[in-house]
Design a protein around this ligand. Structure first.
Ligand SMILES: Nc1nc2c(ncn2[C@@H]2O[C@H](COP(=O)(O)OP(=O)(O)OP(=O)(O)O)[C@@H](O)[C@H]2O)c(=O)[nH]1
Ligand SMILES: [Mg+2]
Length: 196
């Protein structure tokens, strides 16, 4: 590794979630710009995996030296899918993640809608995170509950939402150690974080 390479910190992010959960919008939020097509559709918008790489020079200082952050975000088609074979999507995602990330994904962002019930199919998503990251997947996964603005409009506050959530979702929230984020309405394709 030469000195130029040492000044770059890589962060590989893999987005996963069911149809229309807000995966692409989340990717845009992470990148801070509109890179992925994010739109309402009765069909799948993202049909194949797409990598976006962005470098943020001087992002942090370590031992008196400035480091750039190189963010690689892989947007993926919906999984599990109700439109095409979920097994095929799973194979595509795993193959694309292997191609995109030489050192593997560092963080898997699981995007679920806060305003629709957590159902048993969602466990397939968790299983995929585990297949990709291995047994320590919980330590390297972030759960994003999108469409929190709808929950907010229904005047359900964060704590109450968590109390009302089915046991399976509560177990997931407890097991994902990197924390949960609630997101509000997209603005210009990006979103803002709100506190639960
Ligand atoms: N109100 C609201 N709308 C959202 C939120 N997140 C995403 N959306 C909207 O939901 C729609 C789908 O968002 P996408 O980012 O395309 O979702 P996706 O998971 O990438 O969708 P597919 O690629 O079709 O699986 C878009 O119209 C977004 O603007 C949110 O937190 N609140
Ligand atoms: Mg998408």
């Amino acid at each position: 590794m030469d000195s130029a390479e040492q000044k770059i910190l890589d962060l590989n992010v893999l987005l996963l979630g069911p149809p229309q959960a807000g995966k692409s919008a989340t990717g845009n939020t992470i990148l801070g710009s509109v890179e992925f097509l994010s739109q309402l559709s009765p069909a799948a918008v993202t049909q194949e995996c797409r990598l976006c790489c962005k470098t943020f020079p001087g992002f942090l200082r370590r031992q008196g030296c400035e480091l750039a952050l190189r963010l690689r975000v892989l947007d993926t088609p919906a999984y599990p899918s109700c439109l095409v074979s979920s097994e095929q999507v799973k194979q595509d995602i795993m193959a694309s993640a292997e191609r995109a990330f030489v050192t593997g994904p560092h963080v898997v962002v699981l995007v679920l809608r806060a305003d629709v019930p957590f159902c048993k199919e969602d466990w397939q998503l968790i299983q995929l995170a585990e297949d990709i990251l291995g047994p320590s997947w919980r330590n390297h996964s972030l759960l994003v509950l999108s469409h929190y603005d709808s929950v907010d409009r229904a005047k359900i506050r964060g704590e109450e939402y968590l109390r009302l959530a089915p046991g399976a979702l509560q177990a997931l929230l407890e097991s994902v150690s990197t924390g949960t984020t609630f997101w509000t309405t997209p603005r210009n394709g990006c979103r803002e974080r709100v506190d639960p």
